[in-house]
Design a protein around this ligand. Structure first.
Ligand SMILES: [Zn+2]
Length: 348
């Protein structure tokens, strides 16, 4: 009987331990469960509020309003101080590229969580201010959820035309309307708009980014094609900073590829034919107009047959992790420039 009682106690303890373990696993899954289905504009706003309220260095920022008066919001990570090096990450210039919303929200979420538990992340964020804006085209994003899954542009009417919308990523003042993958017809998915920054949302973003005093790097997150693209995007001519563009581009591309073994390709211009040249894009403007190294990510999948703009929900978390690791390389790069050393954990 004694033996049985002891055995039963041991079994109870074993069950307790297992329950503790299961609860721990469950809470980890609860955190990740948010990233297993695509989320609406409203759900993302709630998530951003949750992130901002859970971390003392995270602030909810409101860049301005869309044409239909939705807030363009994000998270700013800063430990304070003036003129610190900054990086800016955004998703969803193109409404139908839903995984970019998930990946940028995940980036903010993970940075917030890791800041409290990881010395390396703490040191990085002590040096670099990080801005993350998951949905820069809220009207288009909502429209792609409610009405037309494959909507790309914003939802701003075009005077004299029944066709709605400007392609935000053709509306920036870097080779605007330059003829590389552009159209002057409002009916087109790549309509350049009436003039540079005629699109409400592009103008809001421009004004906000110009207000960041020491912006060194920018990632404009798109899908799909599994690419990392550096400036220029509108020409195959190399920038004066080509060596650095390539160095950081390769570092990000390798970090992404090594995450899950899903191969990405880095290039500038048309990336040796992997994509196409495009005039009037946001990252070309962040380089040309602000002097920040501006890159485009094209997240998973690498092809239409892999899901195209509708990446299977089972792969959202993989895409989020890949984007996180790529973005981390840019934060580390910015910290290195500031600290003048290659080990951010040793520089503060
Ligand atoms: Zn896009």
């Amino acid at each position: 009987m004694v033996y049985l009682r002891n055995s039963s106690r041991r079994l109870e303890r074993k069950i307790d331990r297992e329950n503790q373990y299961m609860n721990m696993m469950r809470s980890q899954r609860d955190g990740e469960a948010w990233y297993t289905i695509y989320r609406t504009y409203d759900e993302v706003q709630d998530k951003l509020e949750e992130i901002a309220s859970s971390n003392s260095i995270a602030t909810l920022i409101n860049l301005g309003s869309s044409y239909e008066n939705r807030s363009i919001r994000g998270i700013k990570f800063s430990t304070g101080g003036n003129n610190k090096p900054a990086v800016f990450f955004n998703g969803c210039q193109h409404a139908r590229e839903w995984v970019t919303v998930m990946a940028t929200t995940y980036l903010a979420d993970q940075l917030s969580q890791n800041y409290t538990s990881d010395n390396f992340i703490q040191n990085l964020l002590n040096i670099v201010d990080v801005y993350i804006v998951p949905i820069v085209n809220p009207d288009g994003y909502v429209y792609s959820h409610t009405t037309d899954r494959y909507w790309r542009k914003n939802r701003q009417p075009n005077p004299g035309s029944s066709y709605v919308g400007t392609d935000l990523n053709r509306n920036w003042d870097a080779d605007w309307n330059g003829g590389q993958s552009t159209s002057t017809s409002p009916s087109s998915d790549i309509y350049v708009g009436a003039y540079p920054f005629s699109a409400y949302e592009a103008n809001v973003l421009k004004n906000y980014m110009q207000s960041i005093p020491n912006l060194l790097g920018h990632l404009d997150i798109h899908s799909y094609s599994a690419l990392v693209l550096g400036p220029w995007g509108y020409t195959n001519i190399q920038t004066p900073d080509h060596a650095e563009v390539v160095s950081l581009g390769n570092a990000m591309n390798n970090a992404i590829t090594n995450t899950n073994g899903y191969p990405f390709t880095f290039g500038t211009g048309d990336a040796n034919g992997s994509l196409y040249l495009a005039s009037g894009t946001m990252p070309d403007w962040s380089y040309d107009g602000l002097g920040a190294l501006g890159y485009t990510y094209e997240l998973r999948p690498n092809s239409a047959s892999g899901g195209g703009f509708e990446l299977p929900e089972s792969q959202i978390l993989d895409a989020c992790e890949e984007n996180y690791n790529g973005a981390m390389e840019m934060i580390i790069w910015a910290a290195d420039i500031q600290a003048g050393c290659t080990d951010p954990s040793a520089c503060n």
